[in-house]
Design a protein around this ligand. Structure first.
Ligand code: MN
Length: 334
């Protein structure tokens, strides 16, 4: 069975060096400081992850062969260029896209790529999307908040205008909770990928739904990793309480229910979630056409992710769609 993995991380050496400068400065977002200690350390584990992140050539393909992955959709790892000033971020996003395009050109049957953009300069990000589309990118990825700001702010909407016009899906990828809400997450490791990332990113997705973005850009496609960051579980209650808030005049009525925007404009990936109950719930809520496989290399065990999707109790038609068919359609990989 053909396997396409759609949330596969990479970084350029220069972005990693710039992260270290930010981490050494006085003005570090508290969540990013914690992240830096965890993944940018000098221990053997962190060094291995780093060497895997920067390899978008022969080494990565050998690992894909060993893991049984036919194609990897590459994207910039968290927090990407979003920790930098606008000028640095715009330059390094462009450079990352050039490196991604070269890797895809060298291995067109094994790699596809999602573009990096710098939300700090929305007009520049929109321009970069046009350039990235010309380079053959299949979508773009943003690592949730940018300096504590969310994309529902209208100043960012030139990015969505370009995304809809070019039909490029946005992969809204997690990062640590924004400075405005991170404090209670800093204890017990809760800021990290097991919980805080999903709280942050599902909040971001809900802000996009509730601000009316999809009434303005009805053909926009958003992809969420990690089984939809928990949202498939919440949708019924979100609708129910939204209707109450509309009734008492606490929120403005939208054209559709929150869950309808989720079903019409979102797709999700398995990335790092290896739970049969979570996958079957998502299949029941979203249907079998908007769930894709992702391994989240090099952070998760690809072997474990493959073993999970090879053996989880779903139909063979569902398995094939999740492993490749849906990604081929949503990211236009064929
Ligand atoms: Mn990831």
């Amino acid at each position: 069975m053909k396997r396409i993995a759609v949330e596969e991380a990479f970084v350029t050496e220069e972005i990693a060096q710039e992260w270290k400068k930010v981490l050494a400065s006085k003005f570090v977002e508290p969540g990013f400081r914690m992240m830096g200690q965890t993944i940018l350390g000098d221990d053997p584990g962190a060094r291995l992850v780093h060497s895997r992140l920067v390899d978008i050539g022969a080494g990565r393909i050998a690992q894909m062969d060993a893991d049984g992955i036919d194609m990897a959709v590459l994207s910039i790892t968290s927090p990407g260029v979003q920790a930098f000033d606008a000028v640095t971020a715009t330059r390094l996003a462009k450079d990352a896209n050039d490196q991604l395009a070269a890797a895809v050109l060298a291995h067109p049957t094994r790699f596809a790529a999602l573009a990096a953009v710098a939300p700090q300069y929305p007009a520049g990000a929109a321009l970069e999307l046009h350039r990235a589309s010309g380079l053959g990118m299949k979508g773009f990825l943003i690592n949730s908040h940018t300096m504590g700001e969310y994309l529902d702010d209208r100043k960012y909407w030139p990015i969505f205008e370009a995304a809809q016009a070019l039909d490029l899906p946005l992969y809204l990828h997690p990062r640590e909770p924004s400075p405005g809400m991170v404090s209670p997450f800093l204890d017990y490791g809760l800021y990290f990928a097991g919980f805080g990332f999903a709280v942050e990113t599902s909040l971001h997705a809900m802000r996009l739904i509730m601000c009316g973005l999809f009434d303005e850009f009805p053909r926009l496609k958003i992809v969420l990793g990690h089984m939809g960051e928990g949202l498939p579980f919440w949708l019924q209650r979100i609708d129910n309480r939204y209707l109450l808030q509309v009734k008492i005049g606490a929120v403005k009525k939208m054209k559709k229910l929150p869950s309808e925007y989720f079903l019409d404009n979102f797709a999700i990936t398995t990335a790092g979630v290896m739970s049969g109950p979570a996958l079957r719930l998502s299949l029941e809520v979203l249907g079998e056409d908007r769930i894709m496989f992702a391994a989240d290399y090099p952070y998760e065990s690809v072997e474990e992710g493959v073993r999970f999707l090879d053996t989880v109790e779903i139909s063979e038609v569902q398995r094939a769609k999740i492993y490749s068919g849906n990604a081929e359609r949503i990211f236009k990989l064929a």
